[in-house]
Design a protein around this ligand. Structure first.
Ligand code: ZN
Length: 435
């Protein structure tokens, strides 16, 4: 454990520390953030004392990504949530953004240090230790992932960056440099298993003992994970960050039963129902959208930020000794479909379909017919067969039946031959909407 005194601190003690930090953070926001002064003012709050502590946080307004973007201008391209002076900002990342205009994420030196500290705890939870080699496959560029890479130095690893989409370079590094760990997106981890097999390489016999997946949901799904573990001959654990809040905030330990909050002390966690935005108590088994609040951020702290990540919570003690809630990401709320009142995540569909390996390749597309969230059954699902598997009506029926039994959703399963679905080497696309 990187910082056992922090990571095993009784959760009640952590919450007491967080409560004090939160009150200071609120006072800081009211003093420095035009955005939050207006937002909290509209909610009838002018002082931090009126807002109270963490026990009353659910009464404060939520922050949407869109609202932050809307305040950006050419004079202040970051937005009115910027709190720090220009001279204090040491780094500005941007998000990929689907609308063309990036949103900027500024950090002070302390913010950056907190990010790296939290990320280092999260990655170290996987069991990788100082002196080992880790190969990474991120093209960090303008994106926050760059800071995650700094956490490998913090752990004391030898970091071998090979970049995204260069599978030859990756396979060569595995062969020649013999790293103990690899970090990549779950989709790419899956792609590499196929790519190695095509070259006649047995990835399961490589030096890699740990595969750390991050960057998209799905790495925690049992059947998908089992397939990755078999293909790599390695233990798979996942990590998760949220661009505007922090990198690799969460990281899974060797128990593989959900991600611990590596960024404890830096962020506060809540759950809400994404439809009603009502607060959901943080109890064992609870599920909802993750809402995060910075506790000691300086550059552009966020209050009750909607992450759009739908998670399930574990509150039972973890044998590793780390305390606090653990989460498993079920998917993006943006990808969530509601079919006759039942929530369906494309990554969960992939997981169920994956149990039909080796007859299926593991690649799927969910193709909702209606725009928006609500769908009428049956939900169309395209399932790619494994190499050499014949189209088989009985198999389609068996998949349809299992999806109904496990996810309680009626589907229409269409089987397609091997390599019919496009592979993305960075992040997998599981949902395809008609424009
Ligand atoms: Zn643990």
């Amino acid at each position: 454990m990187l910082e056992s005194d922090v990571e095993t601190r009784p959760w009640e003690e952590q919450l007491a520390l967080d409560d004090a930090a939160y009150r200071e953070q609120l006072a800081y926001l009211l003093a420095r953030s035009t955005f939050y002064r207006e937002k909290l003012g509209t909610a009838g709050l002018a002082t931090a004392a009126e807002a109270g502590g963490l026990a009353k946080i659910a009464g404060l307004p939520l922050t949407e990504k869109r609202e932050l973007k809307d305040t950006a201008t050419s004079e202040n391209p970051i937005g009115t949530h910027l709190c720090a002076d220009t001279a204090e900002i040491v780094r500005i990342y941007s998000t990929s953004g689907t609308t063309g205009i990036p949103s900027y994420i500024p950090l002070t030196a302390r913010d950056l240090d907190d990010w790296v500290t939290g990320s280092a705890r999260s990655y170290a939870a996987s069991g990788i230790t100082a002196g080992q080699r880790i190969v990474s496959t991120y093209n960090a560029g303008p994106f926050v992932a760059g800071a995650a890479l700094a956490s490998f130095d913090r752990i004391g690893l030898c970091h071998v960056p090979v970049g995204t989409g260069n599978t030859e370079r990756l396979l060569r590094a595995l062969e020649l440099l013999r790293p103990q760990a690899a970090v990549l997106t779950p989709s790419y981890a899956e792609y590499v298993v196929e790519a190695a097999a095509e070259r006649g390489l047995d990835l399961a016999r490589s030096s890699v003992e740990r595969v750390l997946v991050a960057g998209e949901p799905g790495g925690g799904e049992p059947a998908f994970r089992a397939r990755l573990e078999e293909g790599w001959g390695a233990r798979v654990t996942e990590a998760m960050g949220i661009g505007d809040i922090g990198i690799s905030l969460w990281g899974e330990c060797e128990e593989q039963d959900g991600m611990h909050l590596g960024a404890r002390g830096f962020v506060h966690t809540e759950l809400i129902d994404p439809e009603t935005t009502e607060s959901v108590p943080l109890e064992d088994g609870a599920a909802g959208e993750l809402v995060l609040t910075h506790l000691q951020h300086q550059a552009a702290p966020l209050l009750r930020f909607r992450t759009r990540d739908h998670v399930e919570v574990r509150m039972t003690p973890c044998p590793c000794g780390r305390t606090g809630p653990r989460v498993r990401c079920l998917g993006r709320t943006d990808d969530m479909l509601v079919v006759r009142g039942v929530n369906v995540f494309p990554s969960a569909v992939r997981d169920v379909v994956g149990t039909f390996a080796p007859r299926v390749s593991g690649h799927i597309r969910v193709k909702p017919e209606a725009s928006g969230v609500k769908q009428e059954p049956p939900l169309p699902v395209v399932v790619e067969l494994a190499r050499g598997t014949e189209l088989d009506a009985d198999l389609a029926e068996a998949i349809r039946e299992k999806l109904r039994a496990v996810l309680v959703v009626q589907t229409r399963v269409e089987l397609v031959p091997w390599e019919s679905l496009a592979r993305d080497e960075y992040k997998g696309q599981l949902i395809e909407r008609r424009i």
